[in-house]
Design a protein around this ligand. Structure first.
Ligand code: ADP
Length: 422
């Protein structure tokens, strides 16, 4: 009962987080503070990330998934990857949400002069002609949209983001046939983006290499946040001291030499910013690396942390792999990887789960918890998997093992193979 209640709290919390982020995005756009952030990125990698995400969701909803228009060779371009990704996730998310049968297609057409046309097409219910312009206004949903949940903000944000990038988001839709959202963007050739190796490797990080000794400090006034981060870092093999107030943190840092300190920004009394300023003054060149942790998504605040002297910023709620990446970037530490769990040998290791059929709703909950890295919630659901016959207990055991190793990518891959029934 408690687990279910916590699950509900977490789902509601995530829904609120989405809503707050969307309102902040909209407010940022309307106040003219949303800026285009150009980087070099690989368009093929972006498409394959999206494909990894949506192929699974389509499968679970009994829909076909198609990507067309690009070959598999890497394609470095220069543009705002974050915004492009956000818009495509939003359009694809809607396409999957509103389509009950048929397929969802992501199409990218290369055009002359470094132009690309992006299209998201579905075979869903379509949108009434009189609503086709209105749905781009904030908080506007059709009756279908109200039934299926959501905030009615996604398309308003997407349209403005595309405009910022110099394009126009357009809709063609026919009732009973489906919808097609499309836009064109100028994406000039970019330099080859930084290799993504560290990202992949960090996901599988199990422990620090034996030669790497780390002493880390965690400062957070909220016990749950403090415990979660400390537990994870101790699990990696680091020596960790957790502190609750800025004063405690300063004293600890005077008492021992630390390699790195994770400082929460929002705290009653002394804030993480003040702690950082004092540490920098007191320790000078011998200062440990400082990482700001905050739920703030505002770019100008993040820039402020860098000016104060923080070496990095990690947004809350944090993902474990971003912590590993941060440690290896700032301290050059190396991790041991789980040799048994590389993507390549996964098929051989996977228990035979071909006969397992889970209730659709349970599979959805498992998938959601895995995507959110909600260990407790996920492992709580495994009791329900265990009693499914045939094959449930083998599957639960396999999933538990992956979860204990924080291998949620592999959990999702395993779940994608499981059949479900309504
Ligand atoms: P949300 O999806 O959170 O409701 P959006 O701004 O993304 O908000 O979409 C607004 C409305 O537009 C939706 O509620 C829905 O009524 C309609 N809509 C969006 N995409 C589709 C689609 N692919 N098929 C049918 N209706 C759609």
């Amino acid at each position: 009962t408690h687990r279910n209640a916590l699950g509900t709290i977490e789902r509601s919390g995530n829904h609120l987080l989405t809503l707050i982020n969307e309102i902040l995005d909209l407010a940022k756009i309307e106040s003219g503070r949303m800026e285009v952030a150009l980087t070099d990125f690989d368009l093929i990698e972006l498409v394959s990330d999206l494909s990894g995400m949506f192929k699974l969701r389509c499968q679970q909803n009994g829909l076909g998934w198609r990507v067309s228009g690009l070959d598999a060779a890497s394609l470095p371009v220069r543009g705002d990857e974050g915004k492009l990704r956000q818009v495509l996730i939003n359009l694809l998310g809607n396409a999957v949400k509103f389509t009950d049968s048929g397929e969802v297609t992501l199409r990218i057409k290369r055009q002359p002069d470094h132009r690309f046309q992006f299209e998201v097409q579905d075979t869903g219910p379509g949108i009434r002609p009189d609503m086709q312009e209105k749905i781009f206004e904030p908080f506007t949903q059709e009756s279908e949209g109200q039934k299926k949940g959501g905030t009615g903000l996604g398309l308003a944000i997407s349209r403005r983001q595309i405009e910022l990038m110099g394009g126009t988001l357009t809709l063609e839709s026919q009732l009973g046939v489906g919808s097609r959202f499309y836009f064109g963007l100028n994406l000039p050739p970019g330099a080859t983006p930084r290799a993504t190796e560290p990202k992949r490797a960090a996901r599988k990080a199990r422990k620090l290499k034996a030669s790497c000794r780390l002493r880390l400090l965690v400062l957070d006034d909220i016990a749950e946040n403090r415990d979660m981060l400390s537990l994870f870092l101790r699990g990696l093999g680091a020596e960790v001291t957790a502190t609750e107030t800025g004063q405690d943190a300063l004293e600890e840092l005077r008492r021992h030499r630390y390699d790195l300190a994770f400082l929460d920004i929002q705290m009653p009394g002394m804030t993480g910013i003040e702690v950082a300023q004092r540490v920098l003054t007191e320790h000078g060149a011998a200062c440990p690396k400082l990482v700001a942790i905050s739920a703030s998504v505002l770019t100008h605040e993040q820039e402020h942390y860098a000016r104060v002297g923080f070496h990095e910023f990690i947004p809350k709620p944090f993902r474990f792999e971003s912590i590993c990446e941060c440690l290896s970037r700032l301290l050059g530490v190396e991790f041991e990887y789980d040799v048994e769990s590389t993507d390549l040998d996964l098929p051989e290791k996977r228990a035979d789960t071909s006969e397992v059929v889970l209730p659709h709703e349970l599979l959805e909950r498992l998938r959601h918890a895995a995507e959110m890295y909600s260990v407790t919630e996920f492992e709580g659901y495994l009791a329900e998997v265990e009693v499914v016959k045939p094959g449930g207990s083998d599957l639960a055991e396999r999933l538990r093992e992956l979860s204990r190793n924080i291998q949620y990518e592999d959990v999702l891959a395993t779940l994608s193979q499981i059949r479900s029934q309504v």
